[in-house]
Design a protein around this ligand. Sequence first.
Ligand code: SER
Length: 611
Amino acid sequence: MNYKTSAQLRDLWHDFFSRRGHTIIRSASLIPENDPTVLFTTAGMHPLVPYLLGEKHPGGVRLANVQKCVRTGDIDEVGDASHCTFFEMLGNWSLGDYFKAEMIRFSYEFLTSSEFLGIDPQRLAVSVFAGDADAPRDEESAAAWHSLGIPVERIFFLPKKNNWWGPAGITGPCGPDTEMFIDFNKPCSPDCSPACDCGNYLEIWNDVFMQYNKTADGSFEPLKQKNVDTGMGLERTVCILQGKSSVYETDVFAPVIAEIEKLTGKTYGADEETTRAMRIVADHVRTAVFMIGDEKGIAPSNVGQGYILRRLLRRAIRYIKGLGVRGQGTGEADGKEGTSTHESRLSTIAASFIRQYSAAYPELSQNAQKVIDEIAREEERFEKTLANGLKEFDKLCGYLVGDTVSGKAAFKLYDTYGFPLEMTEELAAERGLKVNSGDFLKQFNEHQQLSRAGAEAVFKGGLADHSEIITRLHTATHLMHQALKTVLNDDNVNQKGSNITAERLRFDFSFSRPVTPDEQRKVEQLVNAAIAANVPIDCTEMTVEEAKASGAIGLFASKYGEKVKVYSMGAFSKEICGGPHALKTGELGKFKIVKEESSSAGVRRIKAVLE
Ligand code: SER
């Protein structure tokens, strides 16, 4: 296997696909623009969904890129050899152009050709879809692999659980996939397969063949446009190519691990605890750098994306404190270490990542100062309360009857000392204790600090939280959406994005020219008339089809589950939506547009408030 650096791998990817007629598109922002259902971009296909559904992409029908992705679902696993909260996904797409045979040829060539990855074909195993009641066995992919020389013993037919891609239970484009694995040739049993987690097979690439649309009634209808969507994790591939046992030992992390060693005086690999702590610090700081340094950068806060960022930074702070400062003991004993000659260690680590990634992601050097400042500020903020919070935690453990820290105590640690729930959970686990997290979340919601951001990476309906003011602004968004359709008298006026904070609503919609001041006034009048009518807001559950038949609007329908909620506001507005909403329109106050501007080509943006 040839040695390949991460930068070389990016270049090879671009080179391979551009030479095969693909347009190289830049990585989309980590912050999804037109999809309120997730907090961060989680895969290369994510920003491309409209094109997978048939919209024309300006780059044509063959695309490739390296996409910044964040997945925080496995945050507890970070610290092992392979989990990362941020990763780069190498991806390529065919939008109704080539399909299985050609893609499999591309994959084989990229993986095995000495000009590209140069992996020995003897070490490759693949899996293909075994077939079920919904879709047939994927003989076509199997035949394509076989014709390239992969023997039948290394072609595994696996069920939907392993070889199907597309969010389960949700409508939209999906299909069988074929996955490629490095075969370590140490099967754990005669039945060992890539479905087995013994470690003999390491996934390297996933080619999804989007040939079906899962409809609201649960059936799979063939898509008019058959697409290919592939994804290869850069970090994991580099790890394989460099023959390392952990992504943290590759050139992606090595310079930063060295920096952490310098800052702490500890040695990576000295013991399990040190290794794990260094990996957590490195991973979390890297993710924070990309979140803050993104073209739509965010800052630590107590809601939505900002809260995920805060959790990552605070967890990193706790772990780097645990590692101690060079020449001193660990800081946890007195809780004061590092504060007298305070210098942000996380910023030093962040600077190292910025240097490393600037060539591939110029936004990081453009936003370098902001990244450094935000991280240093968060470190300082948290330092101020951390020592007292740890004391409070110890005190609490002293009083504890039983083995469970109450939700109320965990909430106090959150509210007063800024301890994210999982940090309290980790501290508790270190002492063999549990935390009543359900009760914590109840406290949380009661205080309306945030909605679900603490529990899940779901930014429901583009709302920062479910507080009263945000709920009202959300209801006003529905009224405005309908009013825009009415005033502009254009069926193509559709929601492209929505983002609501306590200060204002922001609504993006397709429309090709500015909305005139006169039209804006008419929209305000219509919305305020609907508010004055003080009609009750009704919510009914129905299938997507029933909703559409009833005339409900709602752009994200194809991604909803089989049953959807439809919110009606008198005869004026009817829209598919997850809620929540005000009870009556009269609660809203006076609606006022404060800004109308262009958002992107063919998309306008309105900001409005309730007075
Ligand atoms: N969407 C697929 C994945 O995330 C392939 O890109 O693996």
